[in-house]
Design a protein around this ligand. Structure first.
Ligand code: SF4
Length: 200
């Protein structure tokens, strides 16, 4: 699948046609809003390309989490392994938290929006596990559930709550939003956090 900038997804990525009905998507969007998200929309798996160069950016380690967490590379698996994990899904849900900032240096506002996003993601995960026991949540940032991650010395303390970020899967978040009809940028003075669930 060709993507923006001539990038190419690994051959292992193959998507089934989305089977989710409009009514089902509306129900999931309502659930997302009740969990605290500001925006949500259906996710068609066929719109999701995995880019080796997005994944390679993890190794630059600007966030400082490369090689520090079970949720991040290399522990979350190779791009091919991530692609294989996604192979059985056809549809899901994109969720967003939109924070309002006083100005572009409003670090407190950014942190508050990030915390709200993480709380909503955990809350919606809990609601969805019952209905979609095989779902795959893909988050926004490295897992920070524990003060210090056990990687690589001991197993993850909470594998069900440790979500790899979309970038670790090689996903270009802006592209996925655009292809599924969601805004990636919500205007001046805002910051947006995006995550998704692959459901069925
Ligand atoms: S739950 Fe704890 S051990 Fe598991 S990835 Fe998150 S921080 Fe690491």
């Amino acid at each position: 699948m060709a993507g923006r900038g001539g990038r190419t997804a690994p051959k292992a990525v193959a998507a089934r046609e989305s089977q989710m009905t409009e009514g089902r998507i509306e129900y999931l969007i309502k659930e997302a809003r009740e969990a605290g998200f500001d925006a949500a929309g259906g996710l068609d798996r066929s719109t999701v390309a995995l880019y080796p160069d997005v994944r390679a950016a993890c190794e630059v380690n600007r966030c400082g989490r490369f090689g520090k967490s079970w949720s991040c590379p290399p522990a979350c698996g190779t791009l091919e392994e991530c692609a294989a994990r996604l192979g059985k899904y056809s549809a899901g849900l994109i969720v967003q938290t939109v924070g309002r900032l006083e100005d572009e240096f409003d670090a407190e506002g950014m942190d508050a929006a990030g915390r709200r996003h993480a709380e909503s993601f955990r809350a919606l995960s809990e609601r969805l596990w019952g209905e979609f026991p095989d779902m795959l949540p893909v988050g926004t940032a490295s897992c920070s559930l524990c003060g210090r991650c056990t990687w690589p010395d001991a197993p993850c303390r909470n594998p069900r709550g440790a979500f790899a970020p979309m970038e670790a899967y090689g996903m270009m978040v802006s592209e996925i939003c655009r292809r599924n009809g969601l805004d990636y940028y919500h205007g001046k003075g805002t910051i947006t956090f995006t995550a998704c669930y692959f459901l069925e």
